[in-house]
Every structure is written in C-alpha cells, then in structure tokens.
Design a protein around this ligand. Sequence first.
Ligand code: IMP
Ligand code: MG
Length: 176
Amino acid sequence: METRETIGEIMITQEEILKRAKEIGEQITKDHKDKEVVIVGILKGATLWMSDVIKNVDLDIIIDFMAVSSYGKEKHTSGIVNIIKDIDVNVEGKTVIIVEDIVDSGNTLTYLREYFYAKKAIEVEICTLLDKPTGRQVEIEADYIGFTVEDKFIVGYGLDFDQRYRQLPYISFLQD
Ligand code: IMP
Ligand code: MG
C-alpha cells in the first residue's frame, strides 16, 4: 500500500488484540450478570475492537452506535465534542458500556459519560482498546483497557489519521 505518511513498526498484533478482547469480553460477562446492558460503540474507531469484544460477551445485550466529532487533520484534541449521530435505544435504568478506540485527553469520554447519566443510565462504564495516559487533560480512567500505549500518534485497528489506516489489522504509529 502506498501511503503519504510513514507508518512505524507493528506495536500490537491482531492475535494479541483478539486474545485481550476475549479476556475482556469474559470479564464483562462476569461483571454484569442480571444487569441490563447497552454496549455503545463510538464510530468509527471502535468498530473493529467492539466486534471482537462483544463476540465474547455471553449476556443478553443491546448494541448501538454513536458518532462524535474527531480531530480531522489535527493530531491534537480540541476539547470540543459534537454529536454527529446519537443512539436510538433507551438507556434509562440500564448499564451503558461505552466502547472507544483510545482514551487520550479524556475529553470525549468525560463528555459521553455525563451524556449517558443525563439520559438516566444507572451505570456508565468504559471499555477502550487503548489507553494513552500521557495525553490526559481531565481525570478519567477506563474500566476495561486493552493495552496502554506510549505518547505516539497511533493508527490501525480502527484508529485513523485523516480518516485513513483504520483497516490495518494491527496497531502501529506515525513516524515523526
Ligand atoms: P480524547 O482526546 O481522549 O478525547 O480522544 C478523542 C479521540 O481522538 C479518540 O476517540 C480518537 O478517535 C482520537 N485519538 C486520540 N489519540 C489518537 C491517536 O493516537 N491516534 C488516532 N486517533 C486518536
Ligand atoms: Mg478519530
């Protein structure tokens, strides 16, 4: 594939991701017996990870999706979150598990967590493929974390730069 940016080496393989998705899916199953669970994937980055995780969740779940504003061509967060597509299921009285590709500044998830509490969810949890703690601007921690990554601009397995590289079946990064 001809690319405009230089992609670094593979940081996390598909096999490692699938193994972690299985562990987390099984943990979510254990943690949510007898609960009404809505799993909300954040488009577009969370789609690959979400599909891996939910196949390992042995509960009577409902899934939905939401789209929020992204960086566009910027590599850094603006702190402003716009809803582009909302969920269409009712989360009142239910547990919401938000599935994200990466927690960086924490702004998106801080906003979304409050958003679901405002919609009267009784519990809002976060399941992220990646955690980049060095990017944090607000204090927030995911309940389920696939992998912790260092301070690089990550691409692949759902994560994009300017909408590209989402389809890569592994996690890599952009070279400076
Ligand atoms: P936040 O800074 O935690 O609000 O992250 C918001 C969104 O920025 C994430 O859901 C990703 O879509 C995107 N993002 C943050 N860090 C990276 C990265 O390293 N690569 C690609 N996208 C990223
Ligand atoms: Mg993005």
